[in-house]
Design a protein around this ligand. Structure first.
Ligand code: ASP
Length: 441
C-alpha cells in the first residue's frame, strides 16, 4: 500500500522569528505524514517590520547602484542569527553569507538576491527539523522563455523526492536552463508548495499561514465574515481573480490535474480545521449557504457599443476585439445583448489608446454609439450551490436594488457558479455588504 504523504508550506509570518519556528516544528512533528516542508522567507514580526525578501531587494538595488551594502546586508544576517540563536541551533552560515554578499557585489541578479531569503530559511528549518535540504535550484526548472517548466520539474523533483524520505525544499525560486536563479512572482512559495505536492503524489497540500482559512468576504468591508469550510478550485479561482488573496493564484494549476486538495491552516491556531480547497464539489458536504463567497474589485473601464442588428452581422465581435487586441489589452468580460455589446477592461488605458480603439471600431463596425465609461467596480458572487438553485440572481439583484444601487452590468458565466455585477465604484462596498447579508445573515 502506498504511504500517505502530506506537503506542508509555511508562509513568512509563520517563520518570522524563533518562536514561530518552534510552532512550525511542532506542527511538522505532530503528523509523520508531513514529510516535505516548503518554507517562505522570514516575514514581518509586527506591522512596522520589513520582510526579509524586501530587505534583500533593497540591499540588491543598493549594490547595483554601486552603493556600500555593509549595513543593509548585516541587517539581513541579524534576522537569521536571531532566529538561529533563539532556537539554540549549532549552525554556522558565515560562508553562505559571504558567498551571497560577494554575489550581490558582482550583480548576480535581482531574482538571485530575492531567492536567498527562502534558501537560508530552508537551511535553518532543515537543521531544526533534522531532515534533508534540497536546493530548489536543482529541482524546480524554468524554460528559456521564463515560463515554468512543468514536465521537466515534475520528473526531476519526483525522482529526487524518492531519494529523501523527508526534506525541506525552499519556496519561491528555481533555475533557468543556464543555471541562473529565477523566482516566481511575489508570494510564489505557494506555487513551489503545489509543485512539490504534485511531484510527491501527495494526498494533501497544507498551506500554513496566519489566518484560520478563507473568509466569505473581505473583513475590511464586511464585519466579521464567516469562514469557508469547503471551496472548489473553480470557486477559488473566480474569487481570487476578484481580489481574494489567500493563496497565490498560480498555485492551483499544478494541483488541478493531480486533483490534490489544499488545506489552508493557521500556524497560530493549529487546532482550527481551516478551509479545504477541493478539486470538485461532489465529495463535500452541502454548505449552509447558497453562496460560497463574495468579492470584488474597483478600477474597471467599459467600452459600450450599440448598433441595431449587430447580432446578425458576422464577425462584429471579432472586429471589436481585434481593435482592443491591437493595443495589447486583454478583456475581462463581454456582456452582450441583441443590439448592444460591452467590453469590460481593467488597468489604465491611455487617451491615445482610447482614440485608436474608437477609430478602428468606427471604421470596421460602423456603430451607432460607441464610448468609454470609467469608474466601474465588479462584484462576483460565487457559489457551487447556485447551480440549479432558482432565484439566486433575483436575490442578488433585489438586495442591491433595495440598497438604492444601480446595476450597470450583469453577467453570469456558463458554469453558473458565479454572477458578476458591475456597479459604480462609490457603491462597491455597500453592494458587497448587502449581498453578503442577503445570503448569510
Ligand atoms: N518571500 C517571497 C515574497 O515575499 C515569496 C513568498 O513569501 O511566498 O514574495
Amino acid at each position: 500500500m502506498q504511504e500517505t504523504v502530506k506537503v506542508v508550506k509555511f508562509g513568512g509570518s509563520s517563520l518570522a522569528d524563533a518562536e514561530h519556528f518552534r510552532m512550525v516544528e511542532q506542527i511538522v512533528r505532530a503528523e509523520p505524514e508531513r514529510r516535505y516542508v516548503v518554507p517562505s522567507a522570514p516575514g514581518k514580526r509586527s506591522s512596522g517590520d520589513t520582510k526579509v525578501t524586501d530587505m534583500l531587494y533593497e540591499c540588491y538595488n543598493l549594490a547595483s547602484r554601486g552603493g556600500n551594502i555593509d549595513e543593509a546586508f548585516q541587517r539581513i544576517i541579524d534576522r537569521y542569527e536571531l532566529i538561529i540563536q533563539g532556537l539554540g541551533l549549532t549552525l554556522d552560515l558565515s560562508e553562505e553569507y559571504a558567498t551571497i554578499k560577494a554575489s550581490f557585489k558582482l550583480h548576480a541578479g535581482r531574482d538571485y538576491a530575492a531567492s536567498r531569503g527562502e534558501y537560508l530559511n530552508g537551511i535553518v528549518l532543515s537543521k531544526l527539523l533534522g531532515i534533508d535540504f534540497i536546493d530548489a535550484a536543482n529541482v524546480i526548472r524554468f524554460k528559456e522563455d521564463g515560463s515554468f517548466d512543468d514536465d521537466t520539474t515534475d520528473s526531476i523533483l519526483h525522482a529526487e523526492l524518492q531519494r529523501h524520505y523527508r526534506a525541506v525544499i525552499p519556496g519561491f525560486y528555481g533555475s533557468m536552463p543556464n543555471g541562473t536563479i529565477k523566482t516566481f512572482s511575489r508570494g510564489g512559495s505557494d506555487i513551489t508548495g503545489s509543485i512539490v505536492a504534485k511531484a510527491a503524489r501527495a494526498a494533501l497540500y497544507e498551506n500554513w499561514t496566519d489566518v484560520s482559512g478563507v473568509l466569505m468576504a473581505d473583513p475590511r468591508i464586511v464585519e466579521n465574515p464567516q469562514g469557508i469550510n469547503y471551496i472548489t478550485y473553480h470557486e477559488l479561482r473566480e474569487l481570487s481573480y476578484m481580489g481574494f488573496s489567500v493563496l497565490h493564484e498560480d498555485s492551483i494549476f499544478p494541483l488541478r490535474k493531480a486533483k490534490i486538495p489544499i488545506n489552508i491552516r493557521n500556524t497560530n491556531d493549529p487546532s482550527a480545521k481551516g478551509t479545504m480547497i477541493v478539486p470538485n464539489g461532489s465529495s463535500i458536504p452541502d454548505e449552509k449557504h447558497v453562496i460560497t463567497g463574495v468579492a470584488g474589485k474597483k478600477g474597471f473601464t467599459v467600452l459600450h457599443i450599440e448598433k441595431a442588428h449587430m447580432h446578425s452581422e458576422i464577425g462584429f465581435a471579432r472586429r471589436v476585439l481585434e481593435a482592443i487586441e491591437d493595443e495589447g489589452i486583454t478583456f475581462e468580460h463581454l456582456p452582450s445583448g441583441i443590439d448592444t455589446m460591452s467590453v469590460v477592461l481593467s488597468g489604465e488605458i491611455t487617451g491615445e489608446q482610447r482614440s485608436r480603439i474608437l477609430n478602428a471600431i468606427c471604421v470596421s463596425c460602423l456603430p451607432e454609439y460607441i464610448g468609454f465609461e470609467d469608474g466601474l467596480a465588479l462584484v462576483a458572487v460565487v457559489g457551487r450551490g447556485m447551480v440549479n438553485n432558482k432565484g439566486t440572481a433575483a436575490r442578488v439583484t433585489s438586495a442591491v436594488a433595495s440598497a438604492g444601487i444601480n446595476i450597470r452590468m450583469i453577467d453570469q458565466g456558463s458554469s453558473e457558479i458565479s454572477i458578476i455585477l458591475g456597479v459604480d465604484e462609490k457603491d462597491f462596498e455597500t453592494a458587497l455588504r448587502v449581498i453578503y447579508e442577503e445570503f448569510v445573515k
